[in-house]
Write a protein that binds this ligand. Sequence first.
Ligand code: NAI
Ligand code: MG
Length: 496
Amino acid sequence: MAVMESPAKDARAREFLSVPRKMLINGKWVDSISGKTFAVYNPATGEELAQVAEGDKADIDLAVKAARKAFDSGPWSKTPPNVRGKLLWKLSELIEKHARSFAELETLDNGKALTISGAVDVPGAVEMFQYMAGWATKIEGRTLNLSSPGFHAYTRREPVGVVGQIIPWNFPLLMAAWKLAPALAVGCTVVLKPAEQTPLTALLLGELIQEAGFPDGVVNIVTGFGETAGAALSGHDDVDKVAFTGSTEVGKIILRAASGNLKKVSLELGGKSPNVIFADADIPAAIAGSAMGIFFNQGQVCCAGSRLYVEKKVFDTVVGALSDAAKDIKLAPGMDPSCQMGPLVSQEQLDRVTRMVEGGKKAGAKATVGGEPCGGEGYFYKPTILIDTKPDMEVVKDEIFGPVLTAIPFTDPNDIAVEANNTIYGLAAGVWTRDVSKAHQMAAKIKAGTVWVNCYNVFDSSMPFGGYKQSGIGREMGPDVLELYTETKSVCIGGM
Ligand code: NAI
Ligand code: MG
């Protein structure tokens, strides 16, 4: 019998892919109650990569029960902050130790270049756990200065409780880290549901969570589909908070599902981020930064700088150079060392990007480069720049989530903030200028959670990230995220 060669090179990653993966519930690796599994695919080839347990409502119930017990009466409820911090730091070291296995599994599951998963996703996850390890001991209340005589009052910051976390497929490990680290730092327990397209690195992380020594039930990982497992988690009456990253459409479904028991909700959703290049900018830097701003991660980034506005004087220069840069990008399977852009995550995403760009072209937009899928094996799409668009076209208004830029000239710098804000979204924006006043004015005018000036796609665990308008609710990272996972209790003492 022919033995199929493993697509992984790293021994642990190979072993990981060689057997069907179970779910982590109450400290045990278990099959789904239904016994069902589902396949995950390598987007570079379309071949099956592994089988994973298919959890649904029944498995979510078990996981929530385990998380509830761990929160209310298990050892976690008595684990002091310094020990929580130590566990988080230990987990960060274990991820570092297994960095190669994580990077390979991420690349095989998601498609992104191994150089990117090794340099961005894995170190980003390590840094997030380290940053939050430091916060575990610094969650404090205040002594209040009351005007009412005869009372003494203070606040306590308490963990919100059992948290459901639903994450997407574009940065699978990193999104797990963004979600888990703050929740665990403040003392919550978690049921995590990874995206069905990319569950593998979250499951490897689960093994290391066990190895680090987190008590049973503190982190439960249920793999499965959104409409079943995800819906059960966001609608569960014994879950105190749900945190979600994904499409705006599903964010709204989750908000409604959460209303049953009024669980707390934080959402990090879609975007159509404006990136504005003024004529006085360092133009080569603006070109390089804007190319990265749209093409990084195959454009599958919620804050991708997908609406490029260029001051008319430099429009042709900028678009010409960007089109040349797009043409030069080497598309290849992520495991290929020469890969600069991998495939999209799935056939579904490839179809979506193809359909939207076709629609744009039919409506009158013109591709200076790309504008079609690569064809052949895998879900590859050519880096694309569209010009001659109109503000009401779908390609300008809606999130494409692929390597597709719309480039639009502008003449009046005073009007450009209005145009930049002409969107239902408000996740991020870019501004390129050498004029300090203009930079600060734009930063103040743009309605978005992050404004990058003379840079793009810069993330740091200490820098809050999240959306205005329909890009979401709440801020992740930085001290701000701690608000999402804690309740403030006022304690007022009489008889003083
Ligand atoms: P999605 O929003 O459906 O999936 C994200 C997560 O939500 C997955 O874990 C999925 O299982 C879960 N989910 C889906 N339906 C659910 C439900 N009814 N209840 C609870 N959980 C549910 O995103 P999808 O379908 O993979 O991608 C569609 C589009 O969404 C993309 O083209 C892109 O525009 C956007 N998107 C945005 C992301 C971001 O980072 N903001 C990430 C992924 C997708
Ligand atoms: Mg969906």
